[in-house]
Design a protein around this ligand. Structure first.
Ligand SMILES: Cc1ncc(COP(=O)(O)O)c(C=O)c1O
Length: 342
């Protein structure tokens, strides 16, 4: 499945591996050998790793048919990928969003020719409505969240994400010792872990990073079962503000993760500004609200002697952080950047 994903996606028009940057100033400050930053702001023109998942799943499940309609529910970036994937193949597309999805994100989805349907309530309501209307109209649902009876399509999205690791295996010959992986429902993290198993020669330590308001991976691992949590306040890390893990990622991450870290919204704006204003690297990096958490967690752990020792982080460590999105929500990015510069 992973090789197929790479072969398909790398044949798409304008495909290029996203840059593997170095946070050379930060690695010096934290006394680490290397900090690599995979810059997904450059992923096609969608500015997020999500471009790899939904669009690939659309291609696989449509099997060349032209008279089908694709549907999906989304918090933003996944729907954008699905809409783009449908447009590439000239398929009709219906995207369901909750009342919390910003108008900027909705407009980005519409740009790819999809019809956007707003649903009152949260993400779960938008998913239920998507399922109801899709059943009635025989639309093909492309969701990135897996459940007991819905695994294949989410697995395709994860296979799409795994190509980041295939690219990295060609971009450096340094062995990566630690990977910091942001998680919402866990699809990104599980896709990367699958990629590591296939493409890396050595298995690094896996550190999962979540918003403290939405730490469903941490809570699930702690109690050794899938745990649904209650989100009291939505995190600014919108794409990661999820209350329950996807089933397949749970099955992968429960044994593959070495450590879970949860972080608050407090340092997001400052870190976005730091990336942009070359505080961490020699070049300026556009990293959005879900790109910052990996850097924040790494700094937090390095400032905690016990945690640093536990994870064996030292001067020979080669860290990988995933800069999973750029300014995918342009308005929010501008706000956070100016807040972070104050
Ligand atoms: C933009 C965006 N959306 C969503 C997520 C979460 O991905 P997943 O729900 O697959 O864990 C991330 C990654 O942290 C992200 O950067």
């Amino acid at each position: 499945m992973l090789s197929n994903a790479f072969n398909s996606i790398s044949s798409w028009r304008n495909y290029r591996a996203t840059p593997l940057l170095k946070l050379n100033k930060l690695q010096k400050n934290l006394k680490l050998n290397n900090i690599f930053y995979k810059d997904e702001s450059k992923r096609f023109h969608l500015k997020s790793f999500k471009a790899l998942g939904g669009a690939y799943a659309v291609e696989k499940i449509s099997k060349g048919k032209k008279n089908i309609t694709i549907s999906s529910a989304t918090a933003g970036n996944h729907g954008r990928s699905v809409a783009w994937g449908a447009q590439r193949l000239k398929l009709k597309c219906k995207i369901f969003v909750s009342q919390y999805v910003s108008e900027t994100r909705v407009n980005e989805i519409k740009k790819f020719g999809a019809e956007v349907i707003r649903v009152k309530g949260d993400y779960e309501n938008s998913l239920k409505e998507c399922q109801k209307q899709s059943k009635k109209n025989n639309w093909k649902i492309v969701q990135d969240v897996s459940t007991k009876n819905y695994k294949y399509v989410p697995q395709l999205t994860m296979a799409g994400y795994s190509i980041m690791i295939k690219e990295i295996s060609k971009q450096t010959n340094q062995y990566i010792t630690h990977i910091f992986l942001q998680a919402g429902v866990g699809g990104l993290a599980a896709g990367v872990v699958a990629g590591v198993a296939k493409y890396f020669k050595r298995i690094p330590k896996i550190i999962i990073v979540e918003p403290d308001q939405a730490d469903c991976v941490l809570q699930s691992i702690k109690s050794n079962k899938l745990k649904k949590i209650r989100i009291k306040k939505e995190s600014i890390m919108g794409g990661m503000s999820c209350n329950e893990m996807s089933l397949v990622p749970w099955q992968i991450l429960k044994s593959a993760s070495d450590c879970c870290v949860s972080i608050s919204d407090k340092n997001i704006a400052k870190t976005i500004a730091g990336l942009k204003d070359k505080k961490f690297s020699k070049i300026s990096i556009t990293g959005g609200e879900c790109a910052a958490p990996g850097v924040i967690a790494l700094i937090g752990i390095c400032n905690n002697i016990k945690a640093k020792k536990f994870l064996n982080l030292n001067e020979s460590s080669n860290i990988l952080v995933i800069g999973c999105e750029g300014n995918a929500d342009v308005k929010l990015y501008k706000q956070l950047l100016s807040k972070g510069r104050k």
